[in-house]
Write a protein that binds this ligand. Structure first.
Ligand code: ATP
Ligand code: MG
Length: 393
């Protein structure tokens, strides 16, 4: 009997040729997650499952937590790998049941190898009967306290209890790199995570006004990057000095429209970063109508200067949905730490909720964008943030 972490991926929509590429990429991502977690072990493929086998059984739970952050993982469970005969499967099932919380149970069987002498139903009956006899626990097929899963593959079987949900989605590297705008608030890290879950490689960008914000926000952004890095497999982070740009804007643009101009400035600077990062789009935490800069009118005006598609995965989400997701992925506690928001600080008490491109071009006429963009880019800082080990605790 071998103890492993058994990983399932969502197979829906995967064509045969894509599936090979998908599993290989996912296996690579799982290896990276193990090594980030400091767990020595192997990752193998066994008929549409991935099998993570830590060298030391004591690392199994740590391996599991790392695995559950990897996009492409639909679910994972601690499992025993046993021989493919009824006695071995029964012994494995009993061991798993003994280690599970008390109460009723149910046995579910899937056979990847249909040559196994018993049908799934017969095997479930045999294993369930034996477990009930030995443990004295009742079987409940509708609402069991414990679900034992038996998966028969060629040459072996996996027996598990307590399947846990992973992020789903696609392994990172399935699609090109995007630049995630991270403000230090609640929404932007969740937005970045959603696109990482869709398989995008990610570079984070934060526009920083040193004199208004100090260093608290930089610590927050780095901590957020340390969480996202578990899913992304490392997280490059670029901090752009935004002070000179904001000062120039405050000097020429009326307060009501400054926020719109700040955000247009971000896209102008990001265009050059996207080129050096080989990124093909931008990710923001905008949610339609949430604040003045996120009305359809203002988003149109802001995005008019973006040279690449802007992905807004939260555009249709409510704050409640976003908060729930932030809690689930572990960014919530970091995001709610107080910090000075440079844009909010320098914005108007009553910002414009409507704007158009022509009006903005007139308001920006006095700004020398080439010089401002060059100056900002001259002093950027880029670092690759590693997965934060504390996150797995
Ligand atoms: P968040 O919770 O992410 O801060 P928000 O609801 O406060 O979002 P805004 O402050 O209007 O919204 O910003 C909208 C989006 O613009 C953010 O989600 C983020 O992607 C981007 N953004 C805003 N300020 C910055 C900044 N200083 N650096 C990088 N990106 C920023
Ligand atoms: Mg914000």
């Amino acid at each position: 009997m071998r103890r492993v972490v058994l990983v399932h991926y969502a197979e829906i929509g995967l064509k045969r040729r894509n599936r090979t590429r998908f599993t290989r990429r996912l296996a690579d991502r799982l290896r990276l997650a193990l090594s980030s977690a400091g767990v020595a072990g192997q990752v193998g493929v066994d008929s549409s499952r991935l099998v993570v086998a830590p060298d030391d059984v004591a690392d199994a739970e740590r391996a599991m937590r790392a695995v559950l952050r990897v996009p492409g993982v639909a679910d994972a469970a601690h499992a025993l790998c046993v021989a493919d005969n009824v006695e071995a499967i029964e012994a494995g099932a009993l061991e798993q049941l003994t280690a599970s919380p008390p109460g009723s149970f149910k046995v579910q069987v899937r056979r990847a190898d249909k040559r196994f002498p018993l049908t799934s139903i017969d095997l479930a009956r045999a294993v369930g009967g034996r477990c009930a006899d030995v443990s004295g626990r009742p079987v409940d097929v509708h609402e069991p306290d414990v679900r034992l899963r038996v998966e028969v593959v060629t040459g072996s079987a996996y027996v598990s209890a307590g399947t846990r949900r992973g992020p789903g989605g696609l392994p990172v590297g399935s699609t090109a790199r995007l630049l995630a705008f991270l403000s230090g608030g609640l929404d932007s890290p969740v937005a970045a995570w959603q696109m990482i879950r869709r398989g995008a490689r990610m570079t984070g960008v934060h526009f920083h006004n040193r004199s208004f914000q100090g260093n608290a926000v930089l610590e927050k952004i780095e901590d957020l990057a340390g969480v996202l890095a578990w899913s992304a497999g490392g997280f490059p982070l670029i901090v752009v000095p935004f002070e000179a740009c904001q000062r120039a804007i405050v000097g020429t643009v009326p307060a009501s429209h400054r926020m719109i101009v700040y955000r247009r400035a971000m896209f102008r600077i990001a265009a050059r970063l996207a080129y050096t990062e080989r990124a093909l789009g931008y990710v923001t935490g905008d949610s339609l109508g949430q604040v003045a800069s996120q009305t359809a009118e203002n988003l149109r005006t802001i995005h008019a200067v973006a040279d690449l598609p802007v992905y807004m995965p939260l555009v249709g989400s409510d704050k409640v949905d976003i908060t729930d997701l932030a809690r689930r992925i572990g960014t919530y506690d970091i995001s709610i730490r107080p910090h000075e928001d440079c844009c909010a600080y320098l914005a108007a008490p009553r910002p414009a909720v409507k704007s158009n491109v022509k009006e903005l071009e007139e308001l920006e006429a006095g700004l020398d964008w080439d010089a401002l963009v060059d100056e900002a880019l001259d002093k950027i800082k880029r670092r690759v943030i590693a997965p934060d080990p504390d996150v797995l605790r």
